[in-house]
Design a protein around this ligand. Structure first.
Ligand code: FPP
Length: 243
C-alpha cells in the first residue's frame, strides 16, 4: 500500500463516498453547561469545516445524517433549533460554498418538513443541480426503513403497471432516495456510539465502519484524515476471499 509521507493519507485512495453520523452535540453542550441547541449550533459550524475538508480532499459524495424520522420526539425547542439551523444552512449555502463545486441534495421524507424548508431545499437543489465536484447529501427527516418502505411501494406500483418485470437489487436501489448515488465506502460515527441508527441501512451493506470517541462539535479535519487512513488500511472483500 502506498502512503505519502509517514502517517499521511494516500491521495490516490480517497473514499469516493463518505457518510457521517454526526453524534454528540448534546453531550458536548452538557459538558460545558450549555443548552443542547448550542451543541447543535457548534455542530453546524463543524459540518461546514468538514464539507470544505472533503471538497479539498477530492471526496465525491458526502452524506450526513442531519435529522432522523425519530428526531421529532425530541423537545420542541430542540427540534425548532435544528430546523432553524437547517433553514439557515440552506439559505446561505451558495454564499458559503462560493467558488467551490458543490451540488446539494436532500434525502428523506421531505413533504413532512416545514414549508419554508421545503421551499429552500427546492431552490438550492435546483441552483446547484448542474455542478459537478462534491455531491453534498443531507439526510433530513430520513429513516432507512421508511426509505425502503417507499421504495417497495413504488416497486409494487410499477410492477402492477407493467413498467417493471423483475425485482432485484438494482430495481430496489433505483427506487431509493439515493438513486444514482454510489453506496458509501466509509461510514463515520462520532461520540463513541457504535450503531447505525436507521441510517442508510440498505446502502451500508459493504461499507467500512469507523467509530471514534470525539464528540461531533470537536471533530476536525485531522479526525477526518484519521478515519480515511484507517479506511485505507483495510482490505475490502465484498464477501469474496483475500487475494
Ligand atoms: C446528534 O447529536 C445530532 C443530531 C441529531 C443533529 C445533527 C445536526 C447538526 C450537526 C447541525 C445541523 C445540520 C445541518 C445540515 C446544518 P445528539 O443531539 O444526539 O447528541 P447526544 O447524543 O450527545 O445527545
Amino acid at each position: 500500500m502506498f502512503f505519502g509521507k509517514k502517517g499521511e493519507i494516500d491521495t490516490n485512495n480517497i473514499p469516493e463516498h463518505i457518510a457521517i453520523i454526526m453524534d454528540g452535540n448534546g453531550r458536548w453542550a452538557k459538558k460545558r453547561g450549555l443548552s443542547r441547541s448550542m451543541g447543535h449550533r457548534e455542530g453546524s459550524r463543524t459540518l461546514k469545516k468538514i464539507v470544505e475538508a472533503c471538497y479539498q480532499l477530492g471526496v465525491k459524495y458526502l452524506t450526513v445524517y442531519a435529522f432522523s424520522t425519530e428526531n421529532w420526539s425530541r423537545p420542541k425547542e430542540e427540534v425548532n433549533e435544528l430546523m432553524k439551523l437547517l433553514l439557515d444552512y440552506l439559505r446561505n449555502a451558495e454564499r458559503e460554498l462560493a467558488g467551490k463545486k458543490v451540488r446539494i441534495k436532500v434525502i428523506g421524507e421531505k413533504k413532512k418538513l416545514p414549508a419554508e424548508i421545503i421551499k429552500e431545499i427546492e431552490r438550492v437543489e435546483k441552483n446547484t443541480e448542474n455542478i459537478e465536484g462534491l455531491d453534498f447529501i443531507i439526510a433530513l427527516n430520513y429513516g432507512g426503513r421508511q426509505e425502503i418502505v417507499e421504495a417497495v411501494s413504488k416497486l409494487v406500483d410499477d410492477f402492477g403497471a407493467g413498467v417493471l418485470t423483475e425485482i432485484n437489487e438494482d430495481t430496489i436501489s433505483e427506487r431509493l432516495y439515493t438513486k444514482n448515488i454510489p453506496d458509501p465506502d466509509l461510514l463515520i460515527r462520532t461520540s463513541g456510539e457504535m450503531r447505525i441508527s436507521n441510517f442508510l441501512i440498505w446502502q451500508l451493506s459493504y461499507s467500512e465502519f469507523y467509530f471514534c470517541d470525539v464528540l461531533w462539535p470537536d471533530f476536525s479535519e485531522t479526525h477526518l484524515k484519521d478515519a480515511i487512513k484507517s479506511y485505507q488500511g483495510r482490505q475490502r472483500r465484498f464477501g469474496g476471499v483475500k487475494c
